[in-house]
Design a protein. Structure first.
Lengths: 228, 228
DNA sequence: CAGCGCAAACTTGTATGCAAGTCCGCCAGG
DNA sequence: CCTGGCGGACTTGCATACAAGTTTGCGCTG
């Protein structure tokens, strides 16, 4: 977590962003104890902004708080991971469907941007740059929602996706994403170019559920992050 | 809003539920000014639980708060209504797809429950009971997610659906839902019985976007609830 | 030595008080 | 009569203080 806080903005939002990013990146691993006074002194604010930030994180099921006992970073629940996969694949298939069935004036231009993102994604993959790969991965999937005319829906996906991200960060500590991920990205873009809704939807469904196939291995390596 | 508050539970949650229901049911119409001190005295609590409840409502975009100016019940943004329709239809079609492609042991039993709900829904419709109709409407759509094995995803739908609900409450002040809604409910159940994914998905998409078709009329009747 | 009990420390939940900023109305002047 | 400026009331954001409950560890007792 960074230490400098913007003076003009609301501290509550700043604390929320800091904690959210820290949990997402596993800097605060599942099970970490979060004491409100400790966080407050550590971030140089009072307990009030910390509490409001935690309340928002509780709504996203990123932290669990037991009254008069303590608050901890939530464990990675496989049920929530599966739900997140379902939500993500359903929404993205819906976006792809809309992108294909009603191509507007901006369709070709936005499709060009999507191709650029795919190229960058491919380049980071070949270079073995995990951070760059994930950044372009995010942008690529987000672009599908832009093409579907539902750009704001990406915020919902991003909010739900955090449980997947924690799992992926664990996975990526050992190995870069498999080549299948790269192939699927290419297939999604190609399906959009061909206006092929059916194969595009199939690819997205496979792509989104890939992480579940690897989950058993990850759980075996980091059992302390999963509930007993 | 009811007045009695449970003593044991957290007041913050109670305040949140009260405000959420009040906004959902248009008891607090869009644009209503919400003063933290007023709400606090009215609910016989301090400002802290009120603030935490409001923070949660801001995340759901149900209220807008401008620092040092005031907080108001959010207007009904058509962009959010359309996003909600998209999310709802995408998730429900996904659930229907899963319900059909992997029928488990409980499938027949849960399908029977779905039939019962449909029958009750039909009865309320014939009797002109709007409240009963909507209650069974909710249960019917929720049942689709149960059949799809993603029961918890309904919570996401419920959270997003609130913008649709406000619009529907406006619509229903004048007329009961059209017969088309009832027919579509029947068609959804029939598609599940026939394991017909394609027609089921089409019906759900039509059903979810029906409200948008009526939106112009509603906006003309209640312009003060929509942004300028 | 083992087990029980009490007390202190730490946790979250709530209330109150203070600070900073914005808006509206009143009052004086032209 | 109209207009400009100033002051008060009201708003949210933050910090501090108090209350209630749980856990843990130490000390006493059998």
């Amino acid at each position: 977590m960074s230490e400098a806080r913007p003076p003009g903005n609301r501290m509550s939002d700043w604390v929320y962003t800091e904690l959210s990013e820290a949990i997402r990146s596993l800097e605060l691993p599942p099970g970490t104890k979060l004491s409100e006074p400790s966080l407050a002194t550590r971030l140089a604010v009072s307990r009030v902004p910390v509490r409001e930030a935690i309340a928002r994180l509780v709504d996203q099921r990123l932290v669990t708080v037991t009254p008069q006992v303590g608050t901890r970073v939530a464990p990675i629940l496989m049920s929530e991971v599966e739900n997140a996969c379902f939500i993500r694949s359903s929404l993205e298939t819906g976006a792809l469907r809309q992108a294909i069935t009603r191509p507007g004036a901006d369709f070709d231009r936005e499709l060009g941007e999507l191709r650029d993102i795919l190229a960058a994604n491919h380049a980071f993959f070949d270079a073995g740059d995990a951070d760059g790969f994930f950044a372009t991965d995010e942008r690529l999937h987000q672009a599908v929602f832009v093409l579907g005319g539902v750009a704001e829906v990406w915020d919902v996906v991003r909010g739900v996706k955090v449980h997947l991200d924690r799992l992926r960060h664990l996975h990526l500590r050992h190995a870069m994403a498999s080549g299948a991920v790269m192939d699927e990205h290419t297939q999604i873009v190609e399906a959009l170019e061909r206006r092929d809704a059916k194969s595009g939807e199939d690819v997205i469904r496979r792509h989104a559920h890939q992480i579940i196939a690897d989950s058993d291995q990850i759980r075996a390596e980091y059992p302390e992050y999963f509930p007993a």
